[in-house]
Structures are given as C-alpha cells and as structure tokens.
Ligand binder design. Structure first.
Ligand SMILES: CC(C)(COP(=O)(O)OP(=O)(O)OC[C@H]1O[C@@H](n2cnc3c(N)ncnc32)[C@H](O)[C@@H]1OP(=O)(O)O)[C@@H](O)C(=O)NCCC(=O)NCCS
Length: 179
C-alpha cells in the first residue's frame, strides 16, 4: 500500500490499516443484512470471501489509501474510510463506516469517526468531510452529530434500497480555520 500504515487508538479499540489476516473477520461481520441495509448496494450482500479478497486488492490500487479497519487487538470489527471526490469536489471527502453488529451501542463508531475526521483534516488536502445517511438510520445520524457534524440537508426520496424509498440526509463538517 502506498501510504504509511496508520494506527489510531480509540480507547480499547483502534482504527488501523487493513491487512490480509482481516479476511475471515471481514466476511464474518460484513455478511450481515442489518449492515447492508444502511450502505450503498455497492457493498455486497451476501458478503462472501471473494468480496473480501477483491476489497483488499482494491485497497492495493488506492493511492493514497484512505480506507481503514476498525479493530480490537484481536480482529477487525468494522470499516471506515474517506472517499476522495472528483473535479470541483476535490477538496471534499465522503466519510463512510460500518461496525460489526455485536459491537453496536458502545460508542465505538463515534470514537472511530472522530479519529478519522481528525486524521483526514491533518493528512489530506481537504477542507470538508461529508456523510450521507439514510432516513431510516437514526443511529448513524447520532454518531455524526456527536462527532460535530451538521445536518445540512435532506434529499427527499433520494435513496431506493431494499425495494423501498427513503430520504438521504447530508451531514457535513468543515475544517476549523487555522487548524
Ligand atoms: C450506525 C453504526 C455505525 C453505529 O455504530 P455504534 O458504535 O453503535 O454507534 P455509537 O454507539 O457510537 O452511537 C450510536 C448512537 O445512536 C443512538 N441510537 C442507536 N439506535 C438509535 C435509534 N434507533 N434511534 C435514535 N438513536 C439511536 C445511540 O443511543 C447512540 O447515541 P447516544 O450515545 O447519544 O446514546 C452501526 O449501527 C452500523 O454499523 N450500522 C450499519 C452500517 C451503517 O449504518 N453505517 C453508516 C452508514 S451512514
């Protein structure tokens, strides 16, 4: 991979670079309909071993690498990333994340989002980080609000997922002047 490996401690957990040994845990935890329901269809379900292998290959092509694992000391328990945007949006990155369901409700996503946004503003040439949240996902909206993001807008019925329409909430965080 083309960037320095990262390790950002978040209490008992860590945001760190992916490694080949993550494949088993990635398949175990990503293969969950409740995770898939809140992500783009690009994130597969069922999530099989070949999807995990393809994802790690894709990471090898990324330059810079801006997608990372959320992990315990033993294993991967989720993913988080800052996706570069093209053209006039090139000073923005889209934040995306998911956590293994057994770990929900412990504040881990919030800690990971805070660490990731701080890392992004310090290490990427961007002034804005944004995230899209489906209208039926109040937990994710709360994660962003607790992390300092502002609800900037609601795109009515912009999402068609699992055969249903829902709104798309736009959350944004702008780099503090002087930081
Ligand atoms: C959304 C997700 C990342 C949250 O992870 P998490 O580690 O459980 O989040 P946290 O514990 O840091 O915070 C969750 C907050 O949402 C709140 N919450 C949970 N369910 C809620 C609900 N149904 N309604 C309102 N608030 C809710 C929690 O109470 C908590 O807020 P609090 O600290 O004020 O009590 C996790 O559920 C997940 O991976 N979901 C599937 C994928 C996904 O949604 N990714 C984000 C796409 S934008």
């Amino acid at each position: 991979m083309k960037t320095t490996e990262i390790v950002l401690p978040i209490g008992n957990y860590v945001v760190r670079s992916f490694c080949h040994e993550d494949i088993d845990a990635l398949v175990r935890y990503a293969n969950n309909r409740n995770v898939w329901l809140n992500l783009r269809d690009l994130f597969p379900y069922p999530y099989e071993r070949h999807h995990a292998e393809a994802w790690l290959r894709e990471l090898n092509q990324m330059n810079p690498v801006t997608a990372f694992a959320i992990a315990t000391e033993e294993e991967l328990i989720g993913g988080i990333g800052l996706h570069p945007q093209p053209d006039i949006m090139r000073r923005s990155v889209e934040l995306g994340y998911w956590l293994a369901e057994p770990y929900w409700g412990k504040g881990i996503a919030t800690a990971a989002v805070r660490a990731m946004t701080e890392w992004g503003f310090s290490n990427l040439p961007v002034n804005r980080i944004f995230a899209y949240v489906f209208g039926w996902n109040p937990a994710s909206a709360r994660v962003l609000e607790k992390s300092g993001f502002t609800l900037e807008g609601r795109m009515h019925q912009a999402v068609f997922k699992d055969g249903k329409l829902t709104d798309l909430l736009v959350y944004g965080l702008v780099k503090a002047v002087g930081s």
